[in-house]
Design a protein around this ligand. Sequence first.
Ligand SMILES: C[S@@+](CC[C@H](N)C(=O)[O-])C[C@H]1O[C@@H](n2cnc3c(N)ncnc32)[C@H](O)[C@@H]1O
Length: 394
Amino acid sequence: MPEGIGAGVLPRRAGGLRGGFAAWRNRLIAAPRFQSWASRFPLTRGIARAEGEALFDLVAGFVHSQVLLALVELDLPAELLETPRPAEALAVRHGVPEQRMAALLDAGVALKLLERLRDGRYRTAQRGAALLGVPGLCEMIRHHGAFYRDMGDPLAVLRGEADTELARFWPYVFGAAGAVDPEITARYSALMEESQGLVAEETLRIVSLRGLRRLMDVGGGTGAFLRAAGRAAPALDLQLFDLPPVVEVARRRFAEEGFAMGAGSRVTLCAGSFRDDPLPPGADAISLVRVLYDHEDATVTTLLGKAFAALPPGGRLIVSEPMAGGARPQRAADVYFAFYCMAMRTGRVRSQSEIARRLAAAGFTGIATPATRRPFLTSVVTAEKPSAAPAGKR
Ligand SMILES: C[S@@+](CC[C@H](N)C(=O)[O-])C[C@H]1O[C@@H](n2cnc3c(N)ncnc32)[C@H](O)[C@@H]1O
């Protein structure tokens, strides 16, 4: 280490040996001279380079997302999936000057979404093809315009000062009255349904439905999770509870997918608001899929209390949604979903352990926090209503 870099820099603050070392290390790394030295010294230059790239990725992340949006808006991953095309042809077709189209395509190559062939034509790369294989992902990228405009002023979002666009995009979270416009209901329901397939797949991979008679999906949207559960467990009765306009969309979707409805059938649809109404009894399991994170703590407490009341002794509760990492923050939930919820101005991403604590406070026992394979899609907490419920919790 060259003289003057790090030499003579001793830990200034207490906080144990480890805390003192971390403070010393941070002061060292924050020194421009150390950075310059580390990028040249053979034993540190690899780390310095990797750290530098990771840091620049954070700096440039917003631009990466906007390049992705431009590619999706022009539908280029689909257009170039099988047929490679030159920049000139794509420029004419999409009304973008040729040089700029080439810049967009090269940016797509750099992000590994596209690949450039030897003859200069462009084709969709593996990552770009995977983008098309995730149901609802392109729609999600398109609707990010509203989120990113809100995130243009992250401090206003943090301080709760911003009148955010996302809050207007998801009006139902403010109560049943927010979902009366059928066009808005159809728009958000379609977005949720498209992305539900993978969430259901991930949830049902670790949650066993064996032995259950009737599953009630509360805030079940258009019923995609219930239909997936129904396909996984053909003897299971399916009950959906959601706001009245959403239930109407669900009715159509169940019929389109060939599920019989009406007296004596497997499917029961219940319209209501879990803020104002009790949950109907009769199910021996209740699922809450991507519901709690939309709502503030008081609503969550009320909802869990109502779920507890509606279940029979021994009944099961399944919570599935993106969850924060708790003591180990994670990129997907602690960055993306945390700020998404903040911009919605109502809910909050909670960790598995916080949800587990809330379930225990509502009276549930046997609480489990199994690991999902793709926590960026969803995490799961399950619980049971005890067979002999404690007094006052019934
Ligand atoms: C984020 S969506 C999730 C939908 C579905 N569970 C999924 O994962 O695709 C939240 C759902 O909760 C419903 N919801 C919101 N507030 C509600 C309330 N007060 N009572 C009943 N359902 C409500 C919404 O209509 C919406 O369908």
